[in-house]
Design a protein around this ligand. Structure first.
Ligand SMILES: NC(=O)C1=CN([C@@H]2O[C@H](COP(=O)(O)OP(=O)(O)OC[C@H]3O[C@@H](n4cnc5c(N)ncnc54)[C@H](OP(=O)(O)O)[C@@H]3O)[C@@H](O)[C@H]2O)C=CC1
Ligand SMILES: Cc1cn([C@H]2C[C@H](O)[C@@H](COP(=O)(O)OP(=O)(O)O[C@H]3O[C@@H](C)C(=O)[C@@H](O)[C@H]3O)O2)c(=O)[nH]c1=O
Length: 297
């Protein structure tokens, strides 16, 4: 099997190179070799490589910056996935694409299912929704995996931000009224490998159906709870790290103004993923511990 991965240097893209390796030949391209801000170049790239599977892990993920760069975010997160989908259809490839909890407005009281109405509250969410729509309209074989609150040992993420700030400051103030499940990029990549294997078998057997699936850790917390867990776990997993932080204060989102609004509820039900693919995602605390142990190595 030939697998084309975009966004090779991102949190998920980096982990995919390792997780997909046992499935066949992995061609992992970074922004320089596959630039989603130039969607018009993608058809030729795919026609040249003729992959069996395209995994699109590239995205514009700067949530606050997207408010002032919505056109660029929409090109990368909306138009480019549409081009990849049309290219996938023309070579008969399966497209795996990631989307986000930020397609929802966060007003629901329980976890979001795949069928809940979408209503993004920020530019990044709107751009990711545009990508979902473009892929569905292409009618290529596809699976859209909506994930959430991604962290990893490398790249820009909340865990690394907290470890950096915790080494610099005695007091941190962190939002406690936005709820979700932090999800480790390695778990996303491993789940993707499993999904690809099953989907390709289904396609061979002629019983494949495209669709959207939530892909999130089990359990839930809020950003403040996540920050506290990061410091508590780091004390044992990263004992050599010098931490200045003595207090992590819970604050409402209104006390932490940002250019982009964020949904109060980011919880995603992963029941559909479990039912179709038999995937049980780990608890976020276990994933956090394993990720910090990985940083320590
Ligand atoms: N991060 C999160 O919390 C969440 C992410 N997701 C989704 O999961 C997927 C993977 O995200 P994640 O790995 O966390 O994101 P990262 O920000 O870690 O990685 C995104 C990658 O996309 C690359 N990229 C940015 N612009 C372009 C471009 N114009 N052309 C090609 N590549 C580009 C970046 O390149 P470079 O390294 O050069 O900057 C980076 O390597 C994305 O679809 C994202 O929307 C969903 C929910 C939560
Ligand atoms: C650094 C910091 C952040 N915060 C808050 C701001 C925000 O509400 C929350 C998280 O901030 P971040 O900017 O790290 O997270 P953010 O970039 O909003 O994360 C999102 O990224 C995109 C790509 C997604 O798809 C989402 O699933 C989600 O993971 O923490 C504090 O309260 N105190 C702090 O010191």
């Amino acid at each position: 099997m030939k697998l084309l991965v975009t966004g090779a240097n991102g949190q998920v893209g980096w982990e995919l190179a390792r997780s997909l390796m046992p499935l066949g030949e992995v061609i992992a391209l970074d922004r320089r070799r596959c630039d989603l801000s130039r969607p018009e170049t993608l058809a030729a790239l795919v026609a040249d490589l003729v992959p069996d599977v395209i995994v699109n892990a590239a995205a514009y993920t700067a949530v606050d910056k997207a408010e002032s760069e919505e056109a660029l975010a929409t090109t990368i997160n909306g138009a480019a996935p549409g081009e990849l989908a049309r290219a996938a259809k023309s070579v008969g490839a399966l497209l795996i694409h990631y989307s986000t909890d930020y397609v929802f407005d966060g007003s629901k009281s329980g976890p979001y299912t795949e069928d809940d109405p979408v209503a993004p509250v920020n530019a990044y969410g709107r751009s990711k929704l545009a990508g979902e729509v473009a892929i569905r309209e292409s009618c290529c074989d596809h699976l859209i995996l909506r994930t959430t609150w991604v962290f990893a040992a490398r790249g820009g993420n909340f865990v690394r931000t907290m470890l950096r700030l915790g080494a610099e400051r005695e007091v941190l103030r962190v939002v406690a009224d936005q709820h979700g499940a932090p999800t480790w990029a390695r778990n996303i990549a491993d789940a993707t490998a499993h999904v690809v294997t099953r989907a390709q078998r289904e396609r061979c057997d002629g019983d494949f159906a495209s669709g959207i699936f939530n892909l999130a850790s089990a359990g839930e917390t809020n950003w403040h709870g996540f920050a506290e867990a990061i410091f508590a776990t780091a004390r044992t997993a990263l004992p050599e790290l010098t931490m200045k932080v003595a207090s992590v204060e819970p604050i409402p989102a209104s006390a932490y103004p940002t250019p982009a609004a964020r949904p109060a509820n980011s919880r995603l039900s992963a029941d559909r993923l479990a039912a179709r693919f038999g995937i049980a995602m780990p608890q976020w605390q276990d994933a956090l511990r394993r990720c910090l142990e990985d940083i320590a190595r």
